[in-house]
Write a protein that binds this ligand. Sequence first.
Ligand SMILES: [Fe+2]
Length: 241
Amino acid sequence: MTTPAELMRRDRAWHPPGYAPGYKSTILRSPKRALLGLEQSMSELTGPVFGHSMLDELDDDLIANYATEGEAIGERIIMHGQVLDENARPQPDVLIEVWQANAGGRYRHLNDGYMAPLDPNFGGCGRCISDDQGYYHFRTIRPGPYPWRNNGSDWRPSHIHLSIFGTSFTQRLVTQLYFEGDPLIPLCPIVNTIADPAAIDMLVAKLDMANMVPFDCLTYRFDIVLRGRRSTFFENRREGN
Ligand SMILES: [Fe+2]
């Protein structure tokens, strides 16, 4: 068995710092000492592998997967995009798990005491796996903004949480996506821990009217770019080999 090629190094200047006082929770939970790199064993680099057979039919449909009487309430949307690596190579078989608040901005979670009502037909969780060309999609309700205790009452823009698993346990990314045009994005203390506006823009799903479903759903496009493996740069194949 050949050893997997080395992953491209994470660009820590591109990612938010662990300590960002404007986002109050980071003051206590950020590391106080320098980070250590751990050796990775073959089992961490090669497993687990997810298959389409593991998913239920409605896992990618948050409008229907918790519903008992009627469908979830709110703005019906389809989220879709392509999972790529830094060399623009499509990433198939990537498990994408999502969780979110309902249309009123309330999570189905014991610790969420926001006054917005729960929707009896909306659970707020789903998952899907990217296809051979790295494409994924799921159907859901656009989540509402909600207040949180940070500096008094701040407001989170509408967002969907994502966990993305690659082909091994160490390839996990947890992030959030936002919606184009939301005026709360530039006011959000969590968004503002990211220094580069280009990095923030990569977290914003774009309205995709070409793929809306008439009289049913608006559609948003959200591509996901993961770190790739090192490869020889060819001038005639700038996307990599
Ligand atoms: Fe959230």
